[in-house]
Write a protein that binds this ligand. Structure first.
Ligand SMILES: Cc1cc2nc3c(=O)[nH]c(=O)nc-3n(C[C@H](O)[C@H](O)[C@H](O)COP(=O)(O)OP(=O)(O)OC[C@H]3O[C@@H](n4cnc5c(N)ncnc54)[C@H](O)[C@@H]3O)c2cc1C
Length: 415
């Protein structure tokens, strides 16, 4: 069983002696080894892995696992191996796919739907060529489907101006919100403690954090803290991350499918990605998903209302009219507004806080983090426990020197 360092153990003992007040409704327990703040894809999986490694872990979340504000709180998220030349992420997805399948068995819950994915293309780009090379190198099943063949296979899609599609048959859809609830339940079943509470921004002097305040005089003490607060990280650490993580809104639309017609339902059409859009066939009859990409409007994860933007709905409808004409007059069934947590280079962030030796930051999922959850969780848990098995990734996951340009925050591009 991996252990925290001797130094951390001494800190645990010290933290236990401080005997921080615990939740009023819960009996006093010894201080945990680790407090994980945030029960999303990054925090939930980290807490589960730390617990499975034998640590005493408390996980705290302001709104609960898979909540409607969290980046991990959507119904569905995509899993696909293609990442251009970023082979490391492709490798991680291959590991993640195996882990998702194993966890499905362990949890007894359907979490991964095999769908395949079509990347529609009007010609070879550097990104696509690199994706194909990495597929070949890693032995990932794929196929280049020419225009005419696309028309035959998927007559419900109009491949106008599409030369070919790069098809990834192993891609799929994850039931995101459900997964986060199941992960938190497994964590508790294995002896982890979960509670609702909002961690305040730490402000302690010194190089070691002794407690995380939850407001109202409550706090949690541990040897080590992991802040996996997703799009809230800039609020929790404004000085460190205020200009390093940007949280643009993402509007997603679910359109009705024609009555008595299952051509637009899973499993009759793979996930699709087009320039500026992506989406999925209707899953469980909940609607055909279309997500317009590229918006740069900052979104407050606590306070902003999740009402879709009329302009983005227009864009989604225009896309349907162009690519899936039989859906263009179908009604909107549902819309969801979420926010991503973009790091400046779209790499994840996993590093110690520069001020406190025992505080870790895990986040920066940058619109692609969900699928990696089981691998990220294992990776962060190992680093926290002093057992980093991939030291070559440390630099990639550091907070970078660059900041987001001020214009991104100005609201100048609001609609
Ligand atoms: C619309 C959309 C589509 C996406 N599509 C995909 C996709 O197809 N595939 C993919 O792999 N990824 C996708 N992503 C990205 C992925 O969902 C995120 O990278 C990932 O879910 C981030 O997880 P997280 O744990 O870092 O953040 P979150 O899931 O947001 O979790 C953070 C948690 O911390 C809690 N919290 C915050 N502050 C505090 C505090 N102070 N105290 C206590 N709790 C706190 C919150 O309540 C929340 O539950 C998408 C994201 C969006 C928004």
């Amino acid at each position: 069983m991996a252990r925290l360092s001797r130094r951390s153990f001494l800190q645990t003992a010290a933290a236990g002696a401080i005997a921080a007040p615990l939740a009023r409704s819960q009996p006093t327990q010894p201080a945990p080894d680790v407090v994980v703040v945030g029960a999303g894809a990054f925090g939930g999986w980290t807490a589960l892995h730390l617990r499975e490694m034998g640590h005493a872990v408390t996980m705290v979340d302001a709104y609960g696992p898979g909540n409607g504000r969290a980046a991990s709180g959507g119904e569905t998220r995509q899993i696909r191996v293609g990442y251009g030349d970023q082979e490391i992420y492709s490798r991680w997805v291959l590991r993640a796919l195996e882990k998702w399948k194993a966890r499905e068995q362990e949890f007894g819950e359907s979490l991964l739907l095999p769908t395949g994915r079509l990347q529609l293309a009007s010609g070879w780009t550097e990104e696509l060529s690199a994706t194909k090379s990495v597929f070949e190198k890693l032995g990932v099943a794929h196929e280049v489907v020419p225009h005419d063949e696309l028309s035959k296979r998927h007559p419900q899609m109009r491949p106008e101006a599409v030369e070919f599609a790069l098809f990834e048959p192993g891609a799929g859809v994850l039931r995101a919100r459900t997964a986060m609830r199941v992960v938190a339940a497994a964590f508790e079943k294995k002896g982890g403690r979960f509670r609702i509470g909002r961690a305040e921004t730490p402000s302690e002097a010194g190089s070691t954090l002794s407690r995380v305040s939850l407001g109202g005089g409550e706090s949690l003490s541990a040897a080590t803290y992991v802040f996996a607060c997703g799009p809230w990280l800039p609020k929790v650490f404004p000085e460190l991350l205020g200009r390093k993580i940007f949280t643009p809104r993402r509007d997603t639309f679910f359109f009705g499918t024609p009555s008595g017609d299952d051509r637009f339902d899973h499993p009759h059409l793979p996930n699709f990605a087009d320039v500026g859009y992506y989406g999925f066939a209707s899953i469980d009859g909940r609607g055909f998903k279309v997500s317009p990409q590229g918006e740069q409007v900052a979104f407050d994860p606590d306070l902003d209302e999740r009402v879709h933007n009329a302009y983005l709905l227009e864009r989604a409808r225009a896309f349907l009219a162009h690519r899936f004409p039989d859906l263009q007059h179908q009604p909107l069934l549902e819309s969801r507004v979420c926010q991503t947590e973009m790091s400046v280079d779209e790499n994840f962030i996993v590093q110690k806080h520069p001020r406190w030796d025992n505080v870790w930051i895990a986040g920066g999922g940058s619109g692609h983090g969900f699928k990696h959850g089981p691998v990220v969780g294992e990776y962060v848990a190992r680093r926290v426990a002093g057992n980093d098995q991939e030291p070559e990734l440390e630099a990639m996951f550091r907070i970078k020197a660059e900041t987001f340009d001020a214009s991104v925050f100005s609201g100048a591009r609001r609609y």
